[in-house]
Design a protein around this ligand. Structure first.
Ligand SMILES: Cc1cc2nc3c(=O)[nH]c(=O)nc-3n(C[C@H](O)[C@H](O)[C@H](O)COP(=O)(O)OP(=O)(O)OC[C@H]3O[C@@H](n4cnc5c(N)ncnc54)[C@H](O)[C@@H]3O)c2cc1C
Length: 461
């Protein structure tokens, strides 16, 4: 079909002012936060109502035009990259918090709302929406639903799927459906809400969500523990959970990351330490005191050489600089940064970190690892230069060792960043041919013309 016809059709549906097609605009939406994937779309369209999304999908389906839903474009798996040209569907005009139902503790929110804005809004009621990816101040609700995002509080509070109770979705053929609802118990039919959550824009366009909210914790206690041995740090992580404490946050940084952060920030991190753990317990003040004491015992029993307790919110922010700055500092080392999120059972963290160190040495690539130790969600971060072909081959080989190693430990390719394009080569190894066929059958049933984010998550269907 002629590109002009497509542009005119989109302008008729959403209005001229919500359609972009200049070369500069198309380039701007040709990539996301993932290095190495840039493909030009034909048009960028910003609908403002569910009805408009439905009309766009009807048109795209009739003319077999690929559609790539997009929020803030912060995903790390090339999820919004317009691989086969077509329409980038920008969902940021869906920017309203429609309702906060205090009796049912449910918020009804449009998908273009930024996640932090939900929390800022509900703080007045003493409530929280727990999923908090590192991009909480930029990521859209829709992007986090489509990626089933996690974050720092995943260990105690779970991830996005645990808080999405209902959805409004526009299907590939333009049908509008509503899944789930405000019922706490609801076993009527397949769990379509969970199916769409984490489907990376390949099954439908989410327009609205019903989100479960929780009372905000009354108290928190944060600390940082320094270890001479990564094995001891790993044992401390398992030990804390074995002591029946579920911290809100339990993060780890390896030596390469500690040294890099210190090089750039000079905040006095122990550059000779093998690992640092950052721990936060939260809840009722009495329970928090008790849990803090038990965590300190476990840290001591596992040879933490130094533990510092945060004395105030400012002190906590200072102690947590190391975690906050881990990715920005690693990213300063080289032009290109790949942040992976292979995830393993938490008891296997030391084994996994050994695999990463070996991959780094064997293939001569620089890797710093930090991550959500409590839930085994590690972020081996490979810094390199995309323009250096030889180095990129070595990076791929290192990733191959890391992903295969994670799977061999009973882990998974992705704890929170999704599959997109980046992890396709290893999908069949994790899910088997039959598992892939079952997922492809779902895709073909809901999107028979394969127009929704084609080529992502499952590859060619
Ligand atoms: C520095 C950094 C730190 C990060 N830290 C974390 C972290 O701690 N935890 C974590 O889980 N992730 C993390 N991420 C990844 C990323 O922020 C999350 O995946 C985020 O949730 C994506 O939101 P977004 O609005 O940018 O989505 P986008 O990147 O725009 O889209 C993501 C995916 O969702 C699809 N999509 C978007 N909107 C819709 C919709 N309305 N309907 C259907 N599909 C849709 C897209 O097609 C794409 O496949 C991080 C990323 C960066 C760059």
């Amino acid at each position: 079909m002629e590109k002009t016809q497509l542009i005119e059709a989109m302008e008729r549906i959403v209005g001229k002012e919500h359609v972009l097609h200049s070369p500069e605009a198309l380039y701007e939406y040709s990539y996301d936060a993932t290095p190495g994937h840039s493909y030009m779309p034909d048009v960028v369209v910003s609908p403002g109502t569910t009805q408009e999304v439905s009309e766009i999908m009807k048109y795209a389906n009739a003319h077999r035009i690929p559609v790539y839903p997009r929020g803030s474009g912060t995903n790390l798996s090339a999820g919004t990259a317009p691989l086969k040209g077509g329409i980038v569907l920008l969902m940021l005009r869906f920017d309203k918090i429609i309702d906060v139902d205090l009796e049912n503790l449910i918020a009804e929110v449009e998908v273009g709302v930024i996640v932090q804005d939900i929390n800022d809004h509900i703080a007045q009621y003493g409530l929280i929406y727990p999923p908090d990816p590192g991009t909480v101040k930029t990521a859209s609700l829709g992007g986090t639903i489509a990626e089933n995002s996690g974050g720092l509080r995943g260990l105690k509070y779970g991830i996005t799927k645990n808080y999405v109770q209902g959805l409004e979705v526009v299907l590939a053929n333009g049908d509008i459906i509503h899944t789930g609802g405000k019922n706490v118990k609801d076993v009527s039919g397949y769990d379509m809400t969970k199916l769409f959550t984490g489907s990376e824009g390949t099954l439908g366009i989410v327009t609205k969500a019903l989100l479960k909210l929780l009372p905000a914790p009354e108290a928190t206690k944060s600390m940082i523990a320094v270890f001479d041995s990564i094995d001891d740090a790993g044992k401390a992580v398992s030990g804390i959970i074995a002591a029946k404490i579920i911290p809100a946050t339990l993060e780890i940084l390896d030596n390469a990351t500690i040294r890099t952060v210190e090089d750039f920030t000079h905040v006095g991190l122990p550059v000779d330490a093998d690992a640092i753990l950052l721990i936060e317990v939260d809840g009722n003040p009495v329970v928090v005191e008790d849990e803090k004491a038990k965590v300190l015992e476990v840290l001591k029993a596992n040879n933490a050489r130094e533990v510092t307790l945060a004395k105030s919110a400012e002190h906590k922010a200072q102690l947590w600089t190391a975690r906050r700055m881990a990715l920005p500092c690693l990213a300063k080392l080289r032009p290109t940064t790949f942040v992976e999120d292979a995830t393993i059972p938490r008891s296997k963290i030391p084994d996994f970190l050994r695999i990463v160190t070996k991959a780094s040495k064997d293939h001569n690539v620089t890797i710093g690892t930090f991550g959500h130790a409590g839930d085994g969600n590690m972020h081996p971060t490979i810094v390199c230069d995309l323009r250096d072909e030889d180095e990129m081959k070595r990076v791929h080989d290192a990733m191959d060792d890391i992903f295969k190693g994670a799977l061999a430990l009973g882990g998974t390719l992705s704890g929170e960043h999704g599959i997109g394009l980046g992890k396709l080569p290893w999908m069949e190894q994790q899910h088997g041919k039959e598992g892939m066929n079952a997922m492809k059958a779902i895709k073909r049933a809901l999107d028979p013309n394969l127009i929704l984010n084609p080529g992502k998550l499952l590859g060619e269907c």
